[in-house]
Design a protein around this ligand. Structure first.
Ligand code: GRF
Length: 227
């Protein structure tokens, strides 16, 4: 990766965590002025939506050259809908219980995103397995964030798994989505220490700070690598 390839979607002041460096190291890149039109993002979320809001904030602050066109959520109670309303971003409920199959849900998601001319699909706490139907609609253009240093602790309850395993370093990963859950090329990671007194909640909170920091950067980097 060169500075020029990664500069298109980042502000001049943004520093990248290079995926080629050890977790926690920084590789400040010299950025050139923005040249590209903004990335058009479609977000998928099932719950709180704090990552969705962190991405929206990075866009608002000018550190990510993108626009969130729409957020799709699958739980009627998901707090992400309130966040979207507050931010003036369209939100669409596609309740998985209303669909006959995972494929039918993914077809509906893909059709909705296509209607917004989405460049990148951003899974920000989407708690459903996706099928080949969605992957084929956006090949190599779906990103997911996961609260572990993949390939360790894929699947659910990752933070709990990390604590049970007694690891001393935990973290989060942003990766390109493939069919196997939490697999696919890793775009960016951040590491945090595990403290002796940590509970699932305290460790999760420490990881989330890093999620919010790296997700916008990872979107920009992925867009440069997989254009
Ligand atoms: C994050 O911890 C993410 O890693 C996982 O789901 C959580 C979503 O949190 N995939 P939020 O809804 O963005 O607050």
């Amino acid at each position: 990766m060169t500075a020029s390839t990664s500069s298109q979607y980042l502000s001049p002041t943004t520093a990248l965590v290079s995926p080629t460096l050890a977790a926690g190291e920084y590789s400040p890149l010299k950025q050139s002025p923005l040249k590209q039109p903004p990335l058009i993002l479609g977000v998928m979320a099932s719950g709180s939506g704090s990552n969705f809001e962190a991405i929206a904030k990075a866009i608002e602050e000018g550190t990510l050259n993108a626009r969130i066109a729409v957020v799709i959520y699958n739980n009627p109670q998901a707090k992400v809908a309130e966040r979207a309303q507050r931010l003036g971003i369209p939100a669409k409920l596609l309740d998985h219980r209303q669909f006959d199959s995972r494929e039918a849900l993914d077809d509906a998601i893909a059709a909705h995103f296509k209607s917004y001319k989405i460049d990148w699909v951003i899974m920000a706490g989407w708690m459903r397995r996706v099928t080949q139907r969605l992957l084929s609609a956006f090949p190599n253009h779906i990103l997911n964030i996961h609260p572990s240093l993949l390939p360790s602790f894929p699947g659910i309850r990752s933070v709990e798994q990390a604590l049970s395993a007694g690891v001393k370093i935990a973290g989060c990963s942003v990766h390109i989505v493939e069919l196997i859950v939490d697999s696919g090329p890793i775009v960016m990671q951040a590491a945090v220490p595990v403290l002796p007194e940590d509970s699932v909640e305290t460790l999760q909170a420490r990881i989330q700070v890093q999620e919010h920091r790296i997700f916008p950067q990872a979107i920009a980097l992925a867009a440069s690598l997989y254009s």
